[in-house]
Design a protein around this ligand. Sequence first.
Ligand SMILES: Nc1ncnc2c1ncn2[C@@H]1O[C@H](COP(=O)(O)OP(=O)(O)O)[C@@H](O)[C@H]1O
Ligand SMILES: [Mg+2]
Length: 266
Amino acid sequence: MTATTAAGPGSSTPPTSEPLLRADNLVAGYVPGVNILNGCDLEVHRGELVGIIGPNGAGKSTLLKALFGLVNVRSGSVVLDGQDITNHRADSLVRRGVGFVPQNNNVFPSLTIEENLQMGLFQAPKRYAERFAFIVDLFPILGDRRKQRAGSLSGGERQMVAMARALMMEPSVLLLDEPSAGLSPVRQDETFIRTRRINKAGVSIVIVEQNARRALQICDRGYVLDQGRNAYTAPGRELMNDPKVIELYLGTLAADQETADRAKLA
Ligand SMILES: Nc1ncnc2c1ncn2[C@@H]1O[C@H](COP(=O)(O)OP(=O)(O)O)[C@@H](O)[C@H]1O
Ligand SMILES: [Mg+2]
């Protein structure tokens, strides 16, 4: 790990066991010769809820896509449970226990909730009853409304379906890209509560968030990404209270968030 620990040595000592997911020195990009990730590190321990915050364009979505085999990793490595998964294809990663919920277009609007959940399990359809029971236990409303088309749901409900779909394959780690984006403050709050509940059910989570303060409140650890590099990493609450992080990131991120919230309420 080369990340700077802003809060000082020892303050963010992770558990000693080998991380469940580990990215080392990732360099990745879309266009030849242009790197978006410039040596990015990430560790997720079993049971952890890890947040990634940072300014727009920092490479947060690109990092999730690089972990999930959707953008080519040019150098560096991604290791899941001791096995190298760098540049493995998304479908093979799903089989190995990685779930990904992209920020947009993450449900099939013309399909019912139930059909959306079946799509999440197309690689293991025999497990449907068992996994559906798990999902309904977490989110009872999805059971009640199983025949309703996803396209007729509210933004917050659609986000719930998207998470549930990714949970069908029983991932050990779930990657969430800005699940609260575009939602009203109340719905955002529900999304964070839901994320925490999934985590408590035993799923390790990496959550990218624009709502930095709220995300850091629920996270065990947080990373600040800036220009494709780790700028800071520490336990969520320490990051939130770190004067440098506040000055450089949370101030502007909070202002962006307030503007977005006001626009939604207007
Ligand atoms: N599909 C793409 N093709 C080319 N460039 C992209 C693509 N997606 C994102 N980028 C560029 O990568 C940079 C980081 O984007 P992104 O990872 O989406 O940032 P964040 O999620 O932190 O806002 C931006 O400069 C963006 O323009
Ligand atoms: Mg993004």
